[in-house]
Ligand binder design. Sequence first.
Ligand code: ATP
Ligand code: MG
Length: 423
Amino acid sequence: MSIKYQRPRGTRDILPEEEKFREGLIRAARRLLESYGYTFLVTPSFEYAELFSRSIGSTTDIIEKEMFVFQDKGERVLALRPEATASVIRAFLENQIHPPSKLAYVLNMFRAERPQRGRYREFWQIGAEALGIRDPLLDAEMIEMAVKLLTEMGLKDFQVEINSIGTPEERDVYKRSLLDYIEEKELMRELTLCESCNRRKTVNVLRILDCEIDAPKLVDAPVILEFLSRESYQYFEHVRSYLTNWGIEYVANPKMVRGLDYYTHTVFEIKVKDLGAQDTVCGGGRYDRLVEELGGPATPAMGFAVGLDRVVVALENQIPKLKGPFYFVATVGEMERGYGVRLLKKLREWYIPSDMCYELKSLKAQLKIADRIEAQKAVIVGEDEILKGKVKVRDMVTGEELEVDEKELKTIYENSIQRHKAS
Ligand code: ATP
Ligand code: MG
C-alpha cells in the first residue's frame, strides 16, 4: 500500500491520546485565567495582512519570512494569523469593547517556519491580553499568572526571564548606541556580522540581539536598561519588587528584546530546562502604543502567549494511554441483538463509554473485536440471561465473569471510576 496524501510540511495530526491530554490542559488554563478575571474570545483564522504587518513590524522575522499570505477573489491581501494580539485588539476596537478589558484565547497560529521538534507551521497558543491598564501591579500579575498557568499544566523546571525595553523614544537612543558599538567593533576588525544581521544594522538593529549567531558576539555591548528614563526604570523596579514580594523567581536578562516591534516596558519569556532548542514556552510583554497604532484611542495594554504544543512536548512522557470503551455489548446469537441494542442505548443514557459489534458475527468474533479495541468489560447477552433479567460481565483483562442485574452495570462503572480517581 502506498499512501497518496501526506499532511503539509510542518503540520501535525494530534491523535486521540494527545488530544485528550491537551483538552485537560486547556480546561485547567481556562479555569485559572477566569479566576484572574479573563473571558475568552475567538477571532477569525485570517485577517487583512496589513493588520499584522502594521502591528508586528515590517522588519520582523514573522512579517518578512513567516506569514502565509494569500489573495481573495477581490484581490484583497489576507494572511493566516501568525499571532493573536493584533486580532484581539482589532476585535476589541471593532466591537467597541470597553476598557479595562481582560481577554483570553486558545487559538491556532500559522507561521511558515523551518519545521522541527517544537516548531511547527500550525501551532496553538493560549494567550491573555489586558487592555486599558497601566500599572506595575498588572505587569507583575501577568507574569505571576503565566507562572501559575505553566505550573497547573504540570511543568516544573522552568525559568522566568524579564527585562524592560522602555519607550520607543528611549529605544531609539539605545539603537543608536548599539549601532555605534557595532560599527566601532567592525572598524577595529573585532566583529563580522552574519548576512542577515548586516541588513538588520540598517533596518532594525535591535533584532541582532535575537540572532543565534551574532548575539553571543556582543557580550560587552551596551544594554537597554542604561538608556531608560527615571520613570521607566522605576516602573520596572516596581514590577520586580512585586515579583520578589510574591516569591516568584526570575532572572533579569538585560539583553532580551523579544521578536516583535510593538513591545514597551516590561517584556518576559519563560523557558523550560532540558527541552532542547525550542525551549521557550511563553512570551509576553507590555504594548502601550499598539492600540493607538491600530487606530484606536490611547490604551495601555499587556499580554502573553503560551505555546501549547511545546508544553505538550515537555510533558510528553506524562500522556496517559487511552483505554477503549468501558463496556462492549456482545450477544450470543441473532435473537438477542435487539435486546443488546436496547441495553447499549441504556448504557449511553448513563454516559458510560460503550460499544458493540455492528455486523452480525459469532460471539467469539465479537469478543475478538472487544479485545482489539481494548474494551474493559464485555457485557454478554444470552437467552438464559434475558429470561433471568440478568447479563454476564466479563473482565477483558482477567477473564473473570459475573452475573449481574442490568442496573448494576452503572454501579460497576461508577466504582471503577472512583477506584481510578483514588489511585
Ligand atoms: P521563537 O523564539 O521560539 O521563535 P517567538 O518569539 O517567535 O518564539 P512568540 O511569537 O513570542 O514566539 O510566541 C509565543 C510562544 O508561542 C512561544 O514562546 C512558543 O512557545 C510558541 N511558538 C512560537 N512559534 C511557534 C512555532 N512555530 N511552533 C510551535 N510553537 C511556537
Ligand atoms: Mg519565532
